[in-house]
Design a protein around this ligand. Sequence first.
Ligand code: SAM
Length: 296
Amino acid sequence: MSAGAGVFQAPAAPAEFALSQADFREIAAMLHEDAGIHLAGSKASLVYARLARRLRALGLSSFRDYCALVKDRKGLDERQRMLAALTTNVTGFFREPHHFAHLERVVLPPLLEAAGRGARVRLWSAGCSSGPEAYSMAMAVLSLRPDAARLDVRILATDVDPDVIGQAREGVYDERAAAGLSAPLRERWTKPTPSPKGAARRLRVADEPRALISFRELNLNAAWPMKGPFQAIFCRNVAIYFEEQTQMALWSRFPSMLAPGGRLYIGHSERLNGPAARAFVAEGVTHYRLAGRSGA
Ligand SMILES: C[S@@+](CC[C@H](N)C(=O)[O-])C[C@H]1O[C@@H](n2cnc3c(N)ncnc32)[C@H](O)[C@@H]1O
């Protein structure tokens, strides 16, 4: 299906800004081009709700003007913001906990033992949102090797959205965002931090997990500057928003980024499809080991 296809349902009138079917189609086509995300016509209200604040912030009076801006070379930064506003950033600590149990019990022990003898260990949180996934990986590492920062063990965490990368680097979460952290993990790896008056209590991730992670901006559908290899890649709840072709293209790039026997973890409602699926052996419903020579 092409971007923006399906029945266009205009946002309920009276709206502050008019969003015509042509504007919607242009926005949907740009989202498709940049991120491979398909936007059905029924999502016009969502587009309106997420972008109206951008129009206000920029002092624009119509979606027509907004489309003209983001299609222009001068609007590249705003186009990135548009992409970020239209993708969803829901995440949490130890989300889909069986992946972290597998990482901690099966994957990390031999890798960290080898790291103790000087081996290099690299993990990647691809589509990390505001950071809880990468911090959960770091906490899993530290629970086995509290001295991991002194070894050659590092986690790369990337996302297309510069705002969430900023939040991830800050590493400050309110109670709701930190709900997935057990009491012992909170006690060990976070510190209370001052909250604005009247706001919920906030926690700051401690220095030890932070020291293991590099947060970077990266569009998974563009060129990747890093070479790897990674021993484990978490790319969860990201490809779900992509069209099948784009999903398959993404999956097919992971095998060459993984070390022999490397692991790939995907989201609970995602499935490996296309030729890349043959490169992997399923170890669980949504986690895979690179076929061929065994690693960990
Ligand atoms: C629902 S969150 C998932 C976060 C985390 N992986 C998890 O499962 O909890 C999806 C993230 O994917 C990011 N994303 C969407 N399209 C992307 C792309 N083309 N390249 C990189 N990140 C992308 C979004 O910005 C968002 O932060």
